[in-house]
Design a protein around this ligand. Sequence first.
Ligand SMILES: Nc1nc2c(ncn2[C@@H]2O[C@H](COP(=O)(O)OP(=O)(O)OP(=O)(O)O)[C@@H](O)[C@H]2O)c(=O)[nH]1
Ligand SMILES: [Mg+2]
Length: 224
Amino acid sequence: MPEIRVFESIMKRNDAIAADNKKMIKKTLALNLMSSPGAGKTSLLEMTLKSIGKKYRIGVIEGDVATSNDAERIMKYAPKSAVYQIKTENYGGGCHLDAKMVSYGLAKIKAANRNYDIIIFENVGNLICPADFSLGEDKKVVMLSVTEGDDKPVKYPGMFEAADLIILNKTDLLKHLNFSMKKAMSNIRRVNKKAIVLDLSVQANTGMSNWYDILKQWMEEKKS
Ligand SMILES: Nc1nc2c(ncn2[C@@H]2O[C@H](COP(=O)(O)OP(=O)(O)OP(=O)(O)O)[C@@H](O)[C@H]2O)c(=O)[nH]1
Ligand SMILES: [Mg+2]
């Protein structure tokens, strides 16, 4: 019982900081981007910055256990001041970002006064823990690469249940795999009836315009 109370109190505190984060970024669209390791989150952000990074002010907070590899990749396509790497091991954490870490990141990229159009939190690669911790995002985006198998939505339901958008990535590899789009879709719908589902290949740059259209729509909704 005491363990449950400690967990509840951690979650309450996290939710309060997440609410402050959201208040602070005002009209900026904030996204929590989650997936298992290597699904293609950073690749998606690189391609997004290349394509629409001049039109919109995009901030990125990277989350990883160790290394600044992802922030270094992103800085090639975005102003350095708009990118910040959180190494969760430095905060006594590990498998996910929490709202407090993100609040440091938001201060570092000066989110309160730079009027970003979008800020994306790339979470630590993990299909379990990140789902439980709200960061102050408006939308949760979950990426599944087709190399991981079409059964993952039902094996890791928490992550997929919570998603507003599910991106099926690496479709360029479908011809080499026994991944069934039909099965994946039916597994997604078993746990989440509402999420938008997109299939695309970041590497082949196919299906990306649907992603940009959704970003545009969400930005407009947030600003209105
Ligand atoms: N074939 C193929 N490979 C891809 C695609 N998108 C990403 N990759 C490759 O997948 C690998 C992992 O990509 P990342 O973007 O680092 O993945 P990530 O989700 O950010 O990884 P973590 O941050 O470590 O969780 C890299 O070698 C990418 O080049 C794609 O659409 N097709
Ligand atoms: Mg990454």
